[in-house]
Ligand binder design. Structure first.
Ligand SMILES: NC(=O)c1ccc[n+]([C@@H]2O[C@H](COP(=O)([O-])OP(=O)(O)OC[C@H]3O[C@@H](n4cnc5c(N)ncnc54)[C@H](O)[C@@H]3O)[C@@H](O)[C@H]2O)c1
Length: 283
């Protein structure tokens, strides 16, 4: 799509952070309707109120992206409320940190459930409808720069985000093979953004409560929280991402394009030379 004028969007993880930033940026670019989907209902109500102030038609739809039925219900409800959907942001995501050898089964199930199965559920529920509708439309999968460049104490998260990048690239190829040229794809690879992701455990299912317990001093030494405190704001990040989508980019970021170019170039130098990857902080 080269314009979001008149578009209607659905955003998972839309109650907070990057999801709300994306929804706001889409409305700034002319979108007239947004369905915000999230598991955290009080935050969802607040986000709906905030975005409705723009004059756009906004609806909040409580959704658990790990549950295929819940995501199918989201597709039905968003179509029904807005009369159609042209932009699908599969954005909900969570983080769990720790040494890879100390990770718990619950961390793998929780993070892969939201960050990978959540995207799969979204593709399965929404893409057939976008193909069928026949209008120009766009799927934006939120992965991470951690889906291209790995970092310490983030094995579960990086694994999930490398998978999300693979899913988005596969979706692009599948749509080409199917001749569904009216459905475009971008993969959003944010760097550090100041959001609530480091408080993600607030939405963790009680049944997956056994978290990795790597020593706090190790986590602090890795510098993730520290780097996030210097990250970009979600409003500016959403604007950057949507501007890059409108430029026709497949790989987009919350940071300026130079950020993506610098980190990927260094990663690729190591890959081409056969060297182990250097450590690059995402800022
Ligand atoms: N913040 C960063 O620095 C950063 C960097 C790279 C990628 N990302 C990615 O951006 C996306 C958004 O994260 P954020 O940073 O805005 O965090 P956030 O915690 O502010 O927002 C994430 C939203 O997802 C929702 N969510 C969690 N589990 C859910 C579920 N099962 N079903 C539906 N909704 C669920 C949360 O309630 C929350 O509203 C995630 O995919 C994250 O991995 C964030």
């Amino acid at each position: 799509m080269d314009s979001f004028e008149g578009a209607r969007a659905v955003v998972t993880g839309g109650a907070s952070g990057i999801g709300l930033g994306l929804a706001g940026a889409l409305v700034e670019r002319g979108a007239v309707g947004a369905a915000l989907a999230d598991i955290e209902e009080p935050a969802l109500d607040g986000a709906v109120q905030q975005l409705s102030a723009t004059g756009a038609q906004v609806v909040g739809i409580p959704t658990d992206v790990t549950d295929p039925e819940s995501v199918e219900a989201l597709a039905d409800a968003s179509w029904e409320h807005l009369g159609g959907i042209e932009v699908v942001c599969l954005n909900a995501g969570v983080f769990a940190g720790g040494y890879s050898w100390e990770t718990t089964e619950d961390d793998w199930d929780w993070v892969l459930g939201v960050n990978v199965r959540g995207v799969v559920n979204g593709i399965r529920a929404f893409v057939p409808r976008l193909i069928e509708a026949g209008r120009p439309s766009h799927v934006i999968v939120t992965a991470s720069i951690a889906g291209v460049v790995a970092s310490p104490v983030s094995a579960v998260y990086c694994t999930s985000k490398f998978a999300a990048v693979g899913l988005a690239e596969s979706l692009h190829h599948d749509l080409g093979l199917a001749g569904a040229d009216h459905v475009a794809v971008s993969v959003l690879c944010p760097g550090m953004v100041q959001t609530n992701i480091n408080r993600g455990a607030r939405n963790r299912p009680a049944g997956l409560g056994h978290a990795t317990a790597t020593d706090a001093t190790v986590l602090a030494a890795a510098g993730i929280d520290d780097a996030m405190s210097r990250g970009i704001g979600p409003v500016e990040g959403g604007r950057n991402a949507i501007a890059q989508v409108l430029e026709g980019r497949f790989y987009v970021s919350t940071q300026p394009v130079e950020f993506w170019n610098r980190l990927v170039a260094a990663e690729n130098e190591d890959r081409l030379a056969g060297r182990p990857p250097r450590f690059q902080m995402y800022e």
